[in-house]
Design a protein around this ligand. Structure first.
Ligand code: HEM
Length: 416
């Protein structure tokens, strides 16, 4: 446990000054984040039974050298790994494959699949999702107002993932809830029944992916993500069908809530600062920087990125027990004037060095280019159709969402 110095013991308990599940945090997280960062480089947060790493240099070193585990099952409070003879599809996918595998296999997977995430492929995915996004926004043209989250943001992850993997439309109805609810399979804050329902949906989704894989094996298609994966499987020993399945689930898990959240906060930030819209949308490079700035300004993180101590170890002057969680929190200084001049100002041309919005090192976000491109495409099409779009009201924060500050709804007026 923590070794407190005399100065530390005079401070109020950390839980009294930092509580990301409070309404105050959701309205203005900066003071609480600063109070946490001032406590030290590695701070124990009793409410979550987790260590928090607060300094950017330490976080980047941890990302780069990967001396902590990323495997959820290494967490001291993780559910028991079931014995192999009781595995269903879900366990088969979640244990030991693809991006959820040990370091060596993870690196092999990242290396062999990297061509499937190249600029050309992202250009191609952009072409495939554009008609859906155009149709979605066109369907809103007669409305005087709408909730951007319900009408647009919730649909974008599904459109992107299904188009990216080339899932035939006949499976869409069954697949949609999985994309929306996948992260519930490991959400500790919901009931066992809800988690189990999400797990069963996921089992069915894996059946569907297997059916589509079998179809593609018989009839490979050109420029298709799944066909590309099967070619990679054929050419690389050690990369097998379960790696393909797990990779698709990882894309769903890591690319759904992040995208939905990014959609709502980007629209909110730009509508609060209409002068920044043309600068942000100049081209995809300008947008890439603008999105980092929007994320800094919005400061929506609550929990950061989880890692687990692989053994009893000393780290940054603290003694860690095997299995303890370490949360990396690169967002704590987003509104610190020492790090960012005029931090409350949204300036989409602000320079970032380093820019770690999508992580760093071996586990850098594999979907970063795709995430930025789909967001850029949606924003461009949105403001083309609705050049006078305005916020209708200040949106209320949803404090129930456990890992991010989300908006309950985002009502906009079209002014056409
Ligand atoms: C705004 C949207 C997004 C943001 C801000 C974001 C951010 C990140 C970050 C910071 C990481 C590293 C996490 C860590 O170190 O623990 C990560 C990993 C990952 N992201 Fe994203 N992401 C976004 C969208 C997406 C999308 C759209 C996809 C896929 C379609 C995706 C797929 C992944 C995957 C699979 C990983 C794990 C990579 C690995 O372990 O090698 N992300 N993301």
């Amino acid at each position: 446990m923590t070794t407190q110095t005399t100065a530390d013991s005079e401070l109020p308990k950390l839980e009294e000054v930092f509580n990301p599940f409070s309404a105050e945090y959701c309205e203005n997280p900066a003071p609480q984040c600063q109070a946490l960062a001032e406590r030290g480089r590695l701070v124990f947060y009793e409410a979550w039974q987790a260590w928090i790493m607060t300094q950017m240099d330490d976080i980047m070193d941890c990302w780069q050298r990967e001396y902590l585990s990323s495997d959820f099952y290494d967490w001291e409070f993780a559910p028991e790994r079931p014995p192999e003879d009781q595995w269903q599809n879900f366990e088969r996918a979640m244990i030991g494959h693809s991006l959820l595998a040990d370091h060596d296999h993870h690196r092999l997977v990242r290396k062999v699949v990297s061509p499937a995430f190249s600029r050309n492929v992202v250009d191609d995915i952009q072409r495939k999702i554009k008609p859906d996004i155009v149709a979605l926004l066109d369907s809103l043209k007669d409305k005087e107002s709408f909730d951007y989250i319900q009408e647009v943001a919730v649909n974008i992850p599904f459109i992107s993932i299904t188009r990216m993997i080339g899932l035939p439309e006949k499976y869409w109805d069954e697949f949609k809830p999985v994309v929306m609810d996948f992260t519930k399979t490991w959400n500790p804050t919901i009931s066992d029944e809800e988690r189990e329902a999400a797990r069963q949906q996921c089992n069915r989704a894996i059946d569907i992916i297997q059916e589509v894989v079998a179809e593609r094996r018989k009839q490979p298609q050109q420029d298709d993500f799944l066909s590309m994966m099967l070619k990679i499987e054929e050419e690389n020993e050690g990369f097998e069908e379960w790696d393909v399945i797990t990779l698709i689930l990882a894309l769903i898990g890591a690319g759904s809530e992040t995208t939905m959240n990014a959609q709502q906060w980007t629209v909110y930030a730009l509508l609060k600062h209409p002068d920044q819209i043309p600068l942000a949308l100049e081209d995809d490079q300008a947008f890439s920087n603008a999105f980092t700035e929007i994320s800094r300004w919005a400061m929506t993180s609550k929990m950061g990125f989880a890692r687990y101590a692989p053994e009893d170890m000393e780290l940054l002057g603290q003694q860690l027990r095997k299995g303890q969680m370490v949360l990396l929190m690169p967002h704590l200084y987003h509104h610190d004037p020492q790090k960012h001049a005029e931090p409350l100002k949204l300036d989409v041309k602000r320079k970032f060095d380093p820019d770690v919005l999508f992580g760093y090192g071996p586990r850098f976000c594999i979907g970063a280019a795709l995430a930025k491109r789909q967001l850029f495409l949606t924003m461009t099409e949105l403001f083309k159709r609705f050049p006078n779009l305005e916020l209708m009201e200040e949106p209320e924060r949803d404090i129930e969402v456990h890992n991010t500050i989300a908006l309950k709804k985002l009502m906009v007026k079209t002014n056409l």
